[in-house]
Ligand binder design. Sequence first.
Ligand SMILES: Cc1cc2nc3c(=O)[nH]c(=O)nc-3n(C[C@H](O)[C@H](O)[C@H](O)COP(=O)(O)OP(=O)(O)OC[C@H]3O[C@@H](n4cnc5c(N)ncnc54)[C@H](O)[C@@H]3O)c2cc1C
Length: 241
Amino acid sequence: MTVGGWRAARIESVEDATPSARVLRLAVPGWPGSDAGQHVDIRLTAEDGYQAERSYSLGSYGDGEAIELAVDEIPDGEVSPYLVRDVIPGDELEVKGPLGGYFVWRPGGAGAVQLVAGGSGIVPLMAMARAARDAGAAASFRLLYSARRAEDAIYREELDGASGSGGVAVTWAFTRAAPDGWTGRVGRLDDQAIRAAVWDPAREPTVYVCGPTGFVEHVADALVRLGHPPQRIKTERFGGA
Ligand SMILES: Cc1cc2nc3c(=O)[nH]c(=O)nc-3n(C[C@H](O)[C@H](O)[C@H](O)COP(=O)(O)OP(=O)(O)OC[C@H]3O[C@@H](n4cnc5c(N)ncnc54)[C@H](O)[C@@H]3O)c2cc1C
């Protein structure tokens, strides 16, 4: 049932993704489907009637009445600790969406696409990578994913397994610690690392950047310095530093 744009949703499964994040799959009767990159608003209602709403990107895309979210716990946050630690299959909440028509990728056209994710910013970009793989367009995609450590990377196994099997090519960056055998640098992305990992501006890629506000601003500024026109850089900010 839909009331004021809100649909009832039921948690179908929960899966640990990293020490601080979980992938949640929800059944949403009447869900109209979504484009890769869109998000939903989630509304929780406490027994005393108190309500909290937050936005979460969809890791899933396309038709069907099931959606996938991946939530990273923000210490001292109000909603994310509940979604990461407490919800169990069978729990109910409300969903509004799909929302957002700008930060989306739809199949068609052969243009190069660059994805740049910081932390949980991978979620809408994962939907795009999955859509590209399913549409046979993965060869024109590249993904640069910056995580604190390898074990903090959401969707790591799927991304590691994707290259060479029709998936999107991934370049990893680690800000705190690198996995065994890693020979690259450890630290925040600088211009050199970004230049090495993204399509050359001459290929005229559309670039999607998603993550915490500070990450997105840093990367977008660097991309412009490296010659990418601002109008081809699409950003989504998750809040926070
Ligand atoms: C369009 C959109 C899509 C989003 N998609 C996702 C998603 O797919 N997965 C996901 O985990 N989150 C996503 N977020 C962030 C999410 O909406 C919440 O902001 C986040 O879960 C924190 O909520 P909270 O209630 O736990 O913390 P709050 O109680 O709201 O905030 C607690 C503290 O954490 C800070 N903070 C808030 N958000 C962040 C953040 N993302 N990083 C660092 N610090 C933060 C606040 O400034 C505050 O100081 C998205 C946000 C937007 C706008």
